[in-house]
Ligand binder design. Structure first.
Ligand code: SAH
Length: 205
């Protein structure tokens, strides 16, 4: 039953132009229902919908997770920083593609639940921190890729500053009513912004 729903979700992603086989394989491998606590919502885990989670937050829509992951173009050699762990689903997807994922969540309860899930699934290339991610990772190391899964009006300068050479960041930018995914790319001394599809994310706190 679950397999059938998962297969139709993967089919839907492909129909909606998600083409990177590594992204599709990760979406196949990571059980989304495992990242949803509420028994009444588990049956919806493989529908293409965002769902409410603890602390008034949301687990992102699978298409948006796949889309952002594909745009981020994560390579096996990459260290990735994620802001907004939430359920940990997106983190788990990234962990299948990256060398290491560093993820920050502001809500203690969400952080704790996500860490338990990473452990249970044996995802051992994730380091999770509870705190405010808007200033990036405390040690100010450089990252190859940064993914922000909460909306902001403008890209936080501290995050842009933590992009390594040829680094890229995917982040929802703009007012809630007119938010779009942006691809921020660092090229030598320049930082390029590309505006992509419209979305609606919970705000960065
Ligand atoms: N990728 C997650 C999305 C969760 S929603 C998922 O699919 O489950 C965004 C998350 O960002 C929420 O869990 C929220 O608590 C968190 N968040 C908001 N502001 C934050 C901040 N300043 N630092 C870290 N996390 C933050």
């Amino acid at each position: 039953m679950m397999d059938e729903r998962l297969e139709s979700l993967i089919y839907l992603l492909q129909r909606n132009a998600i083409a990177d086989p590594r992204v599709l394989a990760a979406m196949r491998d990571i059980p989304r229902d495992f990242f949803i606590e509420a028994a009444n919502l588990k049956p919806l885990a493989y529908a293409d919908e965002a769902l409410p989670i603890e602390c008034g937050q949301t687990i992102s829509q699978p298409y948006i997770v796949a889309y952002m992951t594909e745009r981020l173009n994560v390579q096996r050699k990459h260290d990735v920083l994620e802001i907004g762990t939430g359920s940990g689903y997106q983190t788990a997807i990234l962990s299948r593609l990256a060398r290491h994922v560093y993820t920050i969540e502001i809500h203690e309860e969400l952080h704790r639940l996500a860490v338990g899930r990473f452990k249970a699934l044996g995802l051992d290339n994730i380091t999770a921190l509870c705190g405010d991610g808007s200033k990036g990772w405390p040690e100010h190391r450089l990252f190859d890729r940064i993914l922000v899964t909460a909306g902001v009006s403008a890209a936080p300068p501290d995050l842009v500053g933590q992009l390594g050479p040829c680094g890229a960041m995917v982040i929802p930018l703009g007012k809630t009513s007119s938010q779009r995914i942006a691809l921020v790319a660092r090229a030598e001394t320049r930082v390029d912004y590309q505006s992509l599809i419209p979305v609606r994310f919970v705000p960065l706190l």
